[in-house]
Ligand binder design. Structure first.
Ligand code: PLP
Length: 402
């Protein structure tokens, strides 16, 4: 007789996975699928901007030209032409010298985070995380049982005094940053702030992860200096095609110093041998045959208008004591309610009024009740943004008078 196993028993699962919570955002998105709900909760690129016809043409060309070769197993580091292209683009756009050999193609930058956790983190190793920080990084590093050291971020960037205090207690293993148009807050680090962070990290053993999926989605202002330029030996740069082409291909990359890349390649071999070879060829063909920068400009124009509509509506419909960030790019902005107001309570009222957002608490590693929330502006058209922010403003006024 086979012995029935109780799969709910904690002992079956590794310690590594037992304490990692389910993504709260996925739970929220289930509520927001009702078509009558205006949702600012998602974190998705706008599907209307996906270059379907061009990708179809690229896929056909790849199959016609490379047939069986492209359908075979391939090397772990990734399609050499695509890696060369990424290296060239860094040189041309940011004057960054990143040799092709230092680039590893990953299954989205999310896999980059997982591989970095696997390669760098022992249990209870210290990882500095932005507060608020990207949920996917919190989840990825939680699997490797990191000890998180939150450092607040504002519209200037990281709080330097706090980072300094953390660094003075002994170099943390890593610092995770999204310095351009951060998820969830939309903030960007100023150049002065980047220099101050770099000064604290330079000549230490701490590695700084610069996660940059939104850098190309810049609506205004000048491009800020990459940490890869300021502290190249300490910086691991992550990139992605999810926000500039399509997320479904799951194509991203890591640019890392030699010794780290070597270990990442081993970890990736163990995980999945290599990233989908066909997808790598198709995206490369798509970029070669089309005006990629022109496509990014189209995305930027649409998101900029939607950001403008959201900021104007916030000004018009929110009580004046409500604060919000004014992102210069990306897909999100961050709202701070009066101190005593819970964004979860607001969510409960708002969802009845058919408008959704993500309450702030999942973006903190140690807070349950917060007065902050994330709004996404990439997926909702301007008119709908106005209606939705009006509804949300009404819900806030209701809570303020309650
Ligand atoms: C800051 C940040 N890093 C990484 C990712 C994951 O992106 P990818 O689709 O490349 O895995 C996201 C996705 O939203 C993100 O916001």
């Amino acid at each position: 007789m086979p012995i029935a196993r109780d799969l709910s028993a904690k002992s079956i699962f590794s310690d590594r996975i037992s304490d990692v919570p389910k993504s709260f955002i996925r739970e929220i998105l289930k509520v927001a699928v009702d078509p009558s709900v205006i949702s600012f909760a998602g974190g998705l690129p706008n599907r209307k901007l996906f270059p379907v016809a061009e990708i179809k043409q690229a896929a056909n060309r790849v199959l016609d030209e490379y047939g069986r070769d492209v359908l075979q197993y391939s090397n772990t580091e990734g399609f050499p032409e695509l890696r060369k292209y990424i290296s060239r683009r860094y040189r041309e756009k940011q004057n960054l010298q990143i040799p092709v050999d230092n680039i590893l193609i990953t299954n989205g930058s999310q896999q980059g985070l997982d591989l970095l956790g696997k390669v760098l983190l022992n249990q209870m190793d210290e990882a500095v995380i932005e507060e608020p920080g990207y949920l996917g990084a919190i989840q990825a590093f939680s699997v490797y049982r990191a000890s998180f050291q939150p450092v607040p971020v504002s519209e200037e960037g990281m709080e330097i005094a706090r980072l300094q205090a953390v660094m003075s207690q002994g170099a943390p293993k890593l610092i995770y940053t999204v310095p351009n148009f951060q998820n969830p807050s939309g903030i960007s680090y100023s150049d002065a702030n980047r220099l101050a962070v770099a000064d604290l990290v330079r000549n230490t053993s701490t590695l700084l992860i610069e996660d940059d999926p939104y850098g190309d989605l810049q609506f205004e202002g000048v491009k800020k200096t990459s940490f890869k330029k300021l502290i190249p030996e300490n910086t691991i740069l992550l990139g992605s095609f999810s926000k500039t082409v399509v997320p479904s291909f799951r194509l991203g990359w890591i640019a890392a110093p030699d010794q780290i890349l070597e270990k990442l390649v081993i970890a990736k071999q163990a995980a999945d041998l290599h990233t989908n070879n066909f997808a790598q060829y198709v995206i490369f063909r798509y970029i070669k045959d089309n005006d990629f920068n022109g496509h990014i400009s189209k995305i930027v124009a649409v998101y900029r208008n939607q950001r403008n509509a959201m900021i104007e509506s916030l000004r018009q419909y929110f009580p004046p004591e409500i604060k919000y960030t004014k992102p210069e790019g990306g897909m999100f902005l961050w709202v701070t309610l009066p101190r005593q107001m819970s964004s979860m309570k607001l969510f409960e009222i708002a969802i009845k009024d058919k408008v959704a957002f993500v309450p702030g608490h999942p973006f903190y590693v140690n807070k349950k009740e917060v007065n902050t929330l994330r709004l996404n502006f990439s997926c909702v058209d301007e008119e709908t943004i106005r209606i939705g922010i009006n509804r949300l403003g009404q819900a806030i006024k209701q809570l303020l008078t309650a």
